[in-house]
Design a protein around this ligand. Structure first.
Ligand code: ADP
Ligand code: MG
Length: 338
């Protein structure tokens, strides 16, 4: 098991800065997800840790050991990405055993290890198949088994599930999560899918424009974003500006009761689920539904309150239509302000 420590990592391509002074510690035996939009530098960072690319500056440590000049094959870190480089002419068993054979491990030990991995990766019954006879999910599992066979301490997964259909993707996410908890291997996984990141990770690092914008638990990064930039990455947000005086939050769209202490020029962020449509009339603000999107588990409304449009998601059975007048209240309990 290894703890990964990245110190002042920078990398440019053709004078374009791709990674800008990254500092990050990935604790041993944790599942960390590197999340970010396409082109933000995720793969570059992962490849640098694996030893496939060299960073321009900075240090990579696995535990206390400096890895910068250690070659790929001696890093004990394996990269699994969408380009599953399984050997097409070898069956599943031989693919898994390959690294062990190269290391001249004895035959009995190879048999034992491969059997153990076939079981662990739920590949029993497929051991004699060739890669072209496997599903996408099975190929993923063979690639992971092959990495685990050689006893890696760090598993680097680059958008491993992005080519799988939604059902298979969910299965693989759960599978890899359970595997990680069984083996306690350190996993750093790249994804651009926020839902995948939040559901699978111990910690999420949000990488944007070559910088880690927030590195936190899924709960904190989603509920307590440290900036508007981070908040916006996780979906549509409502920002309401105003002043709080004696429990009244006065804004352009009305006055709301809050327990937050007096403050001038404050901007509150409300996620769509933190604005509620209420049935009672009273000391609430009113608006008009201008858009309604049904999405199965919820309905997302755009509601115009004077000149401001608010996005509100509703989980109740009460259905409103475009043109309806609605009464709104803000849920301040967890609301973040900047
Ligand atoms: P991500 O994985 O987040 O989509 P990448 O790390 O692949 O992002 O790429 C980050 C940026 O670096 C992109 O603008 C990409 O074009 C550039 N880049 C990546 N690899 C190379 C390379 N070998 N040569 C030149 N530019 C590169
Ligand atoms: Mg990438």
């Amino acid at each position: 098991m290894a703890r990964i420590n990245l110190k002042n990592i920078s990398k440019s391509y053709d004078q374009k800065c791709v990674l800008n002074n990254i500092n990050m510690i990935i604790e041993e035996g944790t599942f960390t997800v590197l999340l970010g939009p396409s082109g933000s530098g995720k793969t570059t960072l992962l490849h640098g840790i694996a030893g496939i690319v060299n960073f321009d500056s900075g240090e990579i440590h696995f535990n206390e050991q400096l890895m910068n000049h250690i070659s790929i094959d001696k890093r004990n870190a394996v990269l699994v990405d969408q380009n599953l480089l399984l050997f097409p002419h070898m069956n599943v068993k031989d693919n898994i055993a390959f690294g062990l054979k190269m290391r001249k491990v004895n035959k009995i030990e190879i048999e034992r290890k491969v059997d153990e991995l076939l079981k662990l990766l739920e590949l029993n019954g497929h051991e004699n198949k060739y890669p072209n006879e496997l599903s996408g999910g099975q190929m993923q599992r063979v690639a992971i088994a092959r990495a685990l066979a050689i006893g890696v301490e760090v598993l680097l997964l680059d958008e491993p599930f992005s080519k799988l259909d939604i059902v298979l993707r969910k299965n693989m996410q759960e599978f890899v999560r359970n595997l990680q908890q069984t083996l306690k291997v350190t996993i750093l996984m790249v994804t651009h899918d926020q839902e995948e990141a939040l559901s699978i990770a111990d910690k999420v690092a949000l990488l944007m424009n070559g910088e880690i914008k927030q590195y936190d638990t899924p709960h904190c990064i989603y509920e307590k974003p440290i900036s508007k930039e981070v908040a916006d990455f996780f979906g549509v947000r409502n920002y309401i500006k105003g002043n709080i005086i004696n429990g009244n939050f006065s804004t352009d769209i009305g006055i709301f009761k809050t327990k937050v202490l007096n403050q001038q020029n404050i901007t509150f962020m409300f996620r769509p689920e933190e604005i509620e449509i209420v049935s009672e009339q009273g000391p609430y603000i009113t608006g008009v539904v201008t858009k309604r999107i049904y999405s199965g588990d919820k309905i997302v409304y755009t509601i115009k309150v004077q000149h401001t449009e608010l996005v509100v998601s509703s989980f109740t059975y009460k259905d409103y239509q475009v043109g309806d007048d609605v009464t709104l209240t803000l849920l301040f309990d967890n609301a973040v302000y900047f």
